[in-house]
Design a protein around this ligand. Sequence first.
Ligand SMILES: NC(=O)c1ccc[n+]([C@@H]2O[C@H](COP(=O)([O-])OP(=O)(O)OC[C@H]3O[C@@H](n4cnc5c(N)ncnc54)[C@H](OP(=O)(O)O)[C@@H]3O)[C@@H](O)[C@H]2O)c1
Length: 358
Amino acid sequence: MVQNILITGAGGYIGGNVLNDLSARKDGAFKDVKIIASVRQAAQVDQFTKLGFNAVQLDATDTRAVEDVVLKHEIDIVIHTAGGIEQTQVVNLIHALGARQKSLGEASKTYFIHAGVVTLFTPENGWPYGRATDADTDIFEKLKKLDDQHPIRITALKILEEGQKHNVQTLNIGIPLVYGTGTGPGRKISVNIPAMIRASKDARQVFKFETDARPPVAHIQDLSDLYVLLIEKILQGETPPQGEQGYYFAVAHQFSYWDLLSGLAKSLHQLGLVDDETVKTWPSWEAGADALGFPRAFIKGIAGSEGEMIAVKPFQLGWKPKWDEKRFLESIDEEIAAAEKFDTGKTSIFEVLVPSKA
Ligand SMILES: NC(=O)c1ccc[n+]([C@@H]2O[C@H](COP(=O)([O-])OP(=O)(O)OC[C@H]3O[C@@H](n4cnc5c(N)ncnc54)[C@H](OP(=O)(O)O)[C@@H]3O)[C@@H](O)[C@H]2O)c1
């Protein structure tokens, strides 16, 4: 019977919000569940413990430490938000869950729920097949046929392979661009929009890329709701599609980058943080990548991709996102206020990609 959940990256934006929401649920299937937050720093363990969370210090790249934590705390579900790209972490976690699965036998299942990246399914990230839905039964077959070295694709395939090898149920949440202020105890804001605000303030000018794009997006609370829904189904004894059928696109809506940047220019100018309301064009993708602090090699995939990524399975589970494009565009002042309050200029999510100026 599934009881214990480990959340990696609980000090981060997504992991922290999910930690908060799951911990708040004491009803029904959640009654006897123990949630353990994994963080990297000893000081975070103290901070989280004082707030009433169970916290462990863990570097997910440490094979022995990961296995120790999973076995000691009898973890049945890992919600992995500490790294969408790095293979060592996912291999360690699935391997450890495999050891736990062996001790449980066939009566109970173990789950690895990965925070993936939905824009893997865009032309800018090498997806040549056009429209993709998470209900496509051949999605992994198509990924396998792509003989490129895209790190997100390689990690997605590794998760599938390791899950099958170790008898662990693997689910891959295709995460879009996430916005909004998170409720977790650690990081409160995302990466993309705060980086645009920071770069605009630095240059005292808002810039856009030469082409507009309508990326798939979700508000942090809608994304967190999807996680809670999925966990609730598992705790209730349902076995959601997994493995080759385990993609879940957490796409609530899209928005236009150029609309966002026009709105940012107006609001930042009113606040005196840029010199005028115009939006200029970056001289090149590389210049924009450097100013935003994003890896040059992936800048078109990060800031210029749209494509058609259709969420089907989340809605079948009963997901009801509360945010849409209109509500998002009306919340630009909140995005700026959150960036002003919480932006530290730091994120680890691009750590394993090539350095920005390489
Ligand atoms: N936010 C988005 O818009 C977005 C979009 C698509 C996909 N995703 C994916 O969603 C995941 C979470 O994103 P996020 O925005 O929540 O990122 P985040 O705020 O940077 O959180 C990531 C957390 O993981 C921790 N971490 C990094 N390496 C670790 C390791 N080796 N062992 C243990 N913990 C480690 C970080 O710890 P420190 O605090 O010590 O650095 C951080 O707390 C990532 O995999 C990302 O690729 C996010």
